[in-house]
Write a protein that binds this ligand. Structure first.
Ligand code: TXA
Ligand code: MG
Length: 350
């Protein structure tokens, strides 16, 4: 299969070339094909969510097991209403506060949604993306679009069209290239009922933000740590995921101690003759002076938004450079740092 490359300028969707790309991509989706497209979080691999045969192509291209459900992207709230049986009041409030944006709501599905989309589960994950290219595409396609991250199953998510091509060139119909994504980590996945909210995947919209709007209990139930309970309600979030090819060594902790541990781990890997890659935030530079390593300058340690935005690009770049081991400090704190920790810990699983 030949994968078409379509360009859309996120800053100028009115120009004729961008319009043409959006139109073509929408045609492919309406015709039952697969298109990778940018969202504000990561690139997604889309297909018409109402067409089970089209959705099957996503699983095939990604080599994704059929028990792992897909998020459905909608252009407006009317599309959400057409796919669900009942939307609780707290979900309406979350939509009001965070849509369009990086929040996925798990809501009871109706029979419009093919079982393949939800892997047979009773709820469907729904989100309205904020990225201008994604919005234009959904409006042009006029169908809900099922889209997981556009990477080979289990691997690092893509934040550029190039990353998508690395994994899926020749396996999908088109890549709609709208430049680098904004946030760099995925949406927050939340199950909403009248009793409260359960977060299955921490993401760009933080626990604190959801608490402020949801009302009732807000629980965090991710299996971010080995040995933690695996939530059967959201099976895909349990495994090794987001992973580079290289072995990933995480350095937890805080302050001077964490910096010293980072330096020691780097030295150890170098002495073992490994091809060392470093995820290197500014605050950790002094700890690794003199080491021979491929270095990804991750960004400002005090700026978790920037660390999130550059996380996957860094892991992919070190992988591509032939690193056999990647040493990476784990950010502490709340907010989007929770999502960074979740992704790193899952990526480090063996
Ligand atoms: O930011 C994002 O959410 C990106 C962009 C492309 O929208 N999408 C994304 O999709 O990260 P994916 O498939 O890589 O991760 C979504 C996860 C799945 O692994 C699954 O476990 C959970 O969300 N999920 C999706 N639908 C679900 C459902 N109906 N019930 C329970 N969990 C669900
Ligand atoms: Mg994914």
């Amino acid at each position: 299969m030949k994968t078409q490359r379509l360009l859309a300028d996120a800053g100028d969707l009115e120009n004729p070339a961008s319009k043409q790309s959006i139109r073509q991509a929408a045609e492919i989706l309406r015709g039952g094909g697969t298109v990778a497209f940018p969202t504000e979080t990561v690139y997604g691999l889309g297909a018409n969510a109402l067409d089970a045969r089209a959705v099957a192509k996503i699983f095939e291209a990604k080599q994704r097991p059929n028990w792992d459900p897909l998020i459905v992207h909608v252009a407006d709230v009317a599309m959400l209403d057409a796919l669900t049986v009942q939307v609780p009041e707290s979900a309406r409030r979350l939509i009001e506060a965070f849509w369009p944006g990086p929040l996925t709501l798990l809501l009871p599905k109706n029979q419009q949604v093919p079982d393949i989309v939800t892997a047979g589960l009773p709820r469907v994950g729904l989100r309205m993306p904020a990225h201008p290219v994604a919005r234009a595409l959904l409006q042009a396609a006029r169908v809900p679009v099922a889209a997981p991250s556009a990477n080979t199953f289990g691997r690092t998510s893509p934040t550029t069209a190039e990353h998508v091509a690395q994994d899926l060139e020749g396996r999908i119909d088109a890549i709609l290239d709208g430049g680098e994504t904004t946030h760099g980590v995925e949406s927050t996945v939340v199950a909403v009922s009248d009793e409260g909210c359960v977060i299955f995947r921490p993401g760009v919209i933080t626990l604190e933000q959801i608490r402020a709007v949801c009302g009732g209990e807000v629980a965090l139930r991710t299996s971010g740590l080995p040995g933690e309970e695996v939530p059967a309600e959201s099976p895909g979030l349990s495994l090794r995921h987001y992973a580079p090819r290289a072995r990933l060594v995480l350095i937890e902790g805080e302050g001077a101690e964490q910096q010293a541990a980072f330096g020691e781990a780097a030295q150890e890997c170098e002495q073992q003759g490994e091809s060392l890659g470093l995820m290197l935030p500014d605050a950790f530079q002094n700890a690794v002076i003199g080491r021979t390593a491929r270095v990804f300058h991750w960004g400002k340690w005090s700026d978790p938004e920037q660390l999130a935005q550059r996380l996957y690009a860094g892991l992919r770049w070190l992988d591509a450079g032939g690193a056999t081991v990647i040493v990476c400090p784990v950010p502490a704190g709340e907010g989007i740092a929770v999502a960074i920790r979740d992704r790193l810990r899952k990526a480090a699983r063996r």
